[in-house]
Design a protein around this ligand. Structure first.
Ligand SMILES: Nc1ncnc2c1ncn2[C@@H]1O[C@H](COP(=O)(O)OP(=O)(O)OP(=O)(O)O)[C@@H](O)[C@H]1O
Length: 249
């Protein structure tokens, strides 16, 4: 279980987080949504320890994350970065096996990478391609394979569908949902994409004015007033133009 208690963080005179209380149960999939610039990334970075909060705590399995406990937490987490964020100079399998190669021989790391690539629907031949040879949808799948390479207990998805057309976005959502379900991982997804929220989230938290303004199940969000106000301002992917069904990645 991951919990934040009273997280605050300012940059200069601007308070971005003003007391964020959030909890994600083991095996639960939580989506954090909010307008651009509301502090979703700052919140994620505070959880990962990349930014120190001014006040408040992040707890993992009931224990505050600090210098002693954070390394254990980080060993058990995987992350799909915004846009996939692959290392251009490494091949696909080397990207997927990036962390594995630090502690096992290349042969074994590569075999695991090929297995994870298969899980995200990519053929073994993909393993030796370079990132520049991949389409946007394939690159996102490789990013996803890297996120799950080490069988993480906690997975963060940072804007997993941004930049993809609706059809490819839906496929990534389906993969995320399937992977989270079958691995039992705890998932936190930051997104603007309400179709993604419906597809991958058990629960939703709306970050607004530095606080969690509303949280509840994805089913309940349609009827919640703060969510209705927020949803009124966010375009729905189904209303946007996209690729034809069946289009390849
Ligand atoms: N290192 C930093 N130094 C100064 N200001 C920062 C820093 N990191 C974030 N901010 C500010 O904090 C605010 C929240 O940024 P953040 O990136 O968390 O927003 P977001 O909700 O993730 O936005 P988006 O949805 O557009 O990615 C912004 O005003 C941003 O300029």
């Amino acid at each position: 279980m991951i919990e934040t208690r009273g997280l605050t963080r300012s940059f200069g005179p601007t308070q971005v987080l003003a007391g964020v209380d959030l909890s994600v149960a083991q095996g639960e999939s939580l989506c954090v949504i909010g307008q651009s610039g509301t502090g979703k990334s700052v919140l994620l970075k505070c959880i990962l320890g990349l930014i120190a909060p001014d006040a408040g705590q992040v707890l993992w399995q009931g224990r505050p994350l600090d210098r002693t406990t954070r390394p254990g937490f980080l060993r058990g987490f995987g992350m799909l970065f915004q846009g996939g964020a692959l290392f251009d100079s490494l091949s696909v399998w080397q990207n997927v096996a990036f962390r594995l190669r630090q502690r096992m021989p290349d042969g074994r790391a590569r075999a695991i990478a090929v297995d994870k690539l298969a899980r995200v629907g990519l053929a073994p031949e993909t393993a030796d391609l370079m990132p520049a040879q991949l389409s946007g949808g394939m690159a996102r799948r490789v990013g996803l394979a890297r996120a799950i390479a080490d069988d993480p207990a906690v997975i963060f998805f940072d804007e997993p569908t941004t930049g993809l057309d609706p059809i490819r976005a839906r496929r990534i959502d389906d993969l995320i949902r399937g992977i989270v379900r079958e691995t039992g991982a705890t998932a936190i997804t930051i997104t603007h994409d309400m179709d993604s929220v419906r597809a991958v989230g058990d629960r939703v938290a709306l970050l607004q004015d530095g606080r969690i303004r509303w949280q509840g199940t994805t089913e309940a969000m349609q009827d919640a007033a703060p969510m209705a106000a927020f949803l009124g301002r966010v375009p729905d992917r189904r209303q946007q133009q996209g690729a034809a069904p069946g289009a390849p990645d």
